[in-house]
Design a protein around this ligand. Sequence first.
Ligand SMILES: Cc1ncc(COP(=O)(O)O)c(C=O)c1O
Length: 458
Amino acid sequence: MSDLRIYEPPRLEPLPFLAFDKHQTRSILSAPSFEEDYDVAGLLAEYGSPLYIVSERRLRGNLQRFREAFATPRLDTRVAYSVKTNYLPAICAVLREEGAWAEVVSGMEYSLARALAVPPGEIIFNGPHKTREELERAIAEGAIVNIDNFDELEAVQRIAGNLGRVAQVGLRISFRSALSAWTKFGFNDDNGDSQRALERVAELECLDLVLLHNHCGTFVLTPSLYGEAVDRLIDCAERARALDLSPTMIDVGGGFPSENVLKPAFDFAGGSNRSGDFLAPFAEAVCTRLEKAAHLFGGRPALVLEPGRAVVDSSAQLACTVVAKKTMSDDDAIIVDAGVNLLPTVCYYDHGIDTPPRTETPGHNGFKQVDVYGPLCMQADKLRDGASLPALEVGDPLVVSNVGAYCHTMSTQFIQPRPATVLLGPDGPELIRRREDWRDIFALDRLPSRLRPDDCSL
Ligand SMILES: Cc1ncc(COP(=O)(O)O)c(C=O)c1O
């Protein structure tokens, strides 16, 4: 009887995910340092914490590598940066200097691209809703308008007719695949809509069909999906030719993965490997097919790609500061001053969270699994489960990596104003977005005089 013990149910515990190098043991999710010489603690002291930090060198290198991956002598390869991914003007301007076209999905983004002197002929205007005013401007200026649906097709025809212009248009094509269910956008290729759209365009002298487009998904891990998309677009091009249309460009959209780490629920079992030249199989799937169909696109097709995250994600980090330490039932936890309002992508990424580059870190035994929470007054404000971090004190800086895509543009001022952003440029850090203060948040509001207290200072 004395041997009977209280039943202890089995439990699952996350094991530290560690990699060795000669001097220390590090989390393999750790923030890779940018090539620039930068001092995170010094930047936080100067610009406040938290702080987005963008590496110009990484950004330029990412664009160059992306373009080179898809460049072949038989194709005229164009990268149209997906502006919604991060429309900080400095980021768009750097990518423009690298020769990127702009892929925009709203009048606001179109205006930004034009303000940054992108020529209209190098703007692809996508999206399922463009207002009349937006279409008028884009058509009058000669941008490439990617038509999404039959109502928009009629609107474009009407506007081009009224303006007495021939509109440069593309047709966005969608299809259902075992690998993707992106059917919201464009003319459906499975039910004959793509054919009907081609026939309608062929009847209209005020439209010049220059491009066929598909965007097949987001963070796509299977290159063969792009192969399927290109096959569909080539088939459309054949049918377009039969109707005397002569598109010269094929646009396979964006959706290429970045270096980020997907949460297991969104990743391949065991985790996808994106080290090394992970774009090569995507380029192979797209380019070989298109090269074989070059005759359908005037001999040397223009291949347009619209990457967002693959170009910009790894170019930004979010530096922040530990503001409190806690023990929660079994787990150790820290609270930092950057919340999910600045990192909306934490719902599908396990962003690397680490001490800043070049920080002295302890050996293997000095690392612990800690949950990392943000400062917002909501339970869901959690940045990571079980980050592998050394012992930290309040006031220590941390760096969250790969935050360039969809963090700035989808950030909100929920509870707290948003931080500054610095660009690590050739001559050192430059402020490219100032920190917001509480007045910025309320600057657009109007308080009716009847509601103003006597000593109101708003
Ligand atoms: C039409 C289009 N092009 C490009 C992109 C950029 O996608 P990503 O950032 O995944 O490359 C998107 C994003 O959804 C898109 O809808």
